[in-house]
Design a binder for this molecule. Structure first.
Ligand code: TPP
Ligand code: MG
Length: 456
């Protein structure tokens, strides 16, 4: 008990010291709090643990002949360490000044693709800025921004083929934009007007598009992960030469569906990329209260899945990693796990105030020093592909585009009442017919309690 108490005290002390020392200089402060404090626990442990447990095997040529493969035997009683003090490295290509890290082997991004990617990141940020404001003004009911995660969105989308199936979580509007789902279509969805493909039946930001091979977002976390394994398996059976991509936050990996999905995909050799955006937070729960592993990338080993950790704010690193993951997933028929390290710069959603549970200097650091858009701008500007004039023209153009989209979406009629009940089943079921009757009666009886901008 005393040891436990001491450990807790120590953990707390280390955590406090680290969070106060957060000066914006370290990019690894997320999660290190736990890893530093864990050293204390390890020293108290009387049993031997080994980081390199695959090495040092005195098996004297003896193996355990087990179904699935031979296992080397050892006479040393060694527990496998729960996590190494050394964290798994993170692949990065861009220096802070936008230059390329000299020894990084990378695909050259051409000027046209790079400029398109940059423009798409700015479009995403601008759309988020004004739709977030629209929610604050009470014009839409809810919104979620992608602030700080624009690079993961756009670079991963650019690295895929439009034939690949995307199963998003909810912070991936940029993937849709990249595929040609317009700002107007996003805005129609958020306003739930008659041009919204979901007919106003989903919460705002729950996009989906048949045309763009993007499966509609569902609010219950992680459902898309096991579904993606199934989609990928079917793409393989049909020999489509395409893969499935499941986006997930690190928080959603605590759901059983994540584990079922990864195991299912590994065993069925399904061509699927599990792209985890590790942004440090699941609403108000920081990563060190979510799991005790070295992030998400380390879990790949447990399922026999090839994995990579990548700097999610480095556009080129994300692009390269996802492109390579796609090639391996399809040509070698295997799942790949990508953990993209980033930070949720905005509040979780419009229902949240993140300053209540995290230090503002932490948010500020990621918003400024590690801003993926600024970093990529430096890169394209160094290459002579971008100028200050182009920058101001882009911002003006995109702002007008978004404001126009909001005006149009807001002025549009809502879907007719009957749309609330159609489309769910081929033929409307008796209980739905009953519900439609009830709502019509209620509107008839209490007309003042219902909006007037839809057809009854
Ligand atoms: C099954 C389920 N449990 C809880 C929630 C409530 N919830 C919505 S978002 C969220 C946090 C998810 O965090 P993360 O996966 O890291 O994504 P992020 O918001 O950071 O992008 C929670 C707990 C939910 N929607 N579904
Ligand atoms: Mg998260």
């Amino acid at each position: 008990m005393a040891t436990w108490f001491l450990r807790r005290l120590n953990n707390h002390g280390v955590m406090q010291k680290l969070s106060m020392a957060f000066s914006g200089k370290s990019t690894t402060a997320i999660g290190r709090r736990y890893f530093v404090s864990m050293e204390v626990g390890q020293k108290l442990d009387p049993y031997s643990c080994d980081d390199d447990y695959r090495e040092n095997i005195d098996h004297q040529n003896q193996d355990l002949d087990f179904p699935g493969g031979k296992i080397p035997l050892t006479s040393q009683m060694k527990f496998i360490s729960e996590a190494s003090e050394k964290r798994l490295p993170c692949y990065r290509v861009l220096n802070d000044d936008g230059s390329l890290i000299s020894n990084s082997i990378h695909d050259q991004l051409g000027e046209e693709v790079a400029v398109n990617m940059y423009s798409a990141m700015v479009t995403l940020k601008t759309m988020d800025t004004y739709l977030y404001e629209a929610q604050r003004q009470g014009r839409i009911s809810f919104y979620m921004t992608t602030f700080g995660e624009e690079a993961i969105n756009i670079a991963s989308a650019a690295a895929l083929s439009p034939h690949d199936f995307v199963l998003p979580q909810y912070r991936e509007a940029g993937v849709l934009l990249w595929r040609g789902f317009t700002v107007q279509e996003c805005t129609n969805q958020c306003f739930g007007n008659k041009d919204d493909k979901g007919k106003g039946r989903q919460m705002p930001v729950h996009y989906g598009s048949n045309k763009h091979n993007v499966i509609t977002i569902s609010s219950p976390l992680a459902t898309q992960i096991s579904q993606a394994a199934g989609v990928a398996y079917s793409l393989k059976m049909d020999k489509t030469g395409a893969c499935a991509v499941a986006y997930t936050g690190e928080g959603a990996t605590s759901e059983g569906d994540f584990h079922a999905g990864l195991n299912f995909a590994a065993v069925l050799e399904a061509p699927v990329i599990f792209l985890c955006r590790n942004n440090g937070w699941a609403i108000s729960t920081p990563v060190h209260e979510q799991f005790r592993s070295d992030g998400i990338v380390s879990k790949g080993l447990g399922y026999g899945i090839r994995s990579i950790r990548v700097d999610g704010n480095d556009v080129i690193a994300v692009y390269n990693a996802v492109r390579a993951a796609r090639t391996m997933a399809i040509s070698e028929e295997r799942p790949i796990l990508v953990e993209a390290m980033t930070y949720r710069v905005g509040h979780h959603s419009t229902s949240d105030d993140s300053t209540k549970y995290r230090p503002t200097n932490e948010i500020e650091y990621w918003k400024t020093a590690r801003c993926p858009i600024n970093l990529f701008r430096k890169h394209i500007q160094r290459n002579g592909w971008w100028s200050d004039v182009q920058e101001s023209e882009l911002y003006t153009h995109v702002k007008n585009q978004v404001l126009e989209a909001i005006k149009t979406a807001e002025g549009m009629e809502k879907p007719a009442l009957t749309e609330l009940f159609s489309d769910v089943y081929e033929k409307m079921t008796p209980n739905l017919q009953e519900q439609e009757r009830c709502i019509r009666d209620a509107i008839h009886k209490y007309p003042k309690d219902y909006p007037t901008d839809f057809q009854v």
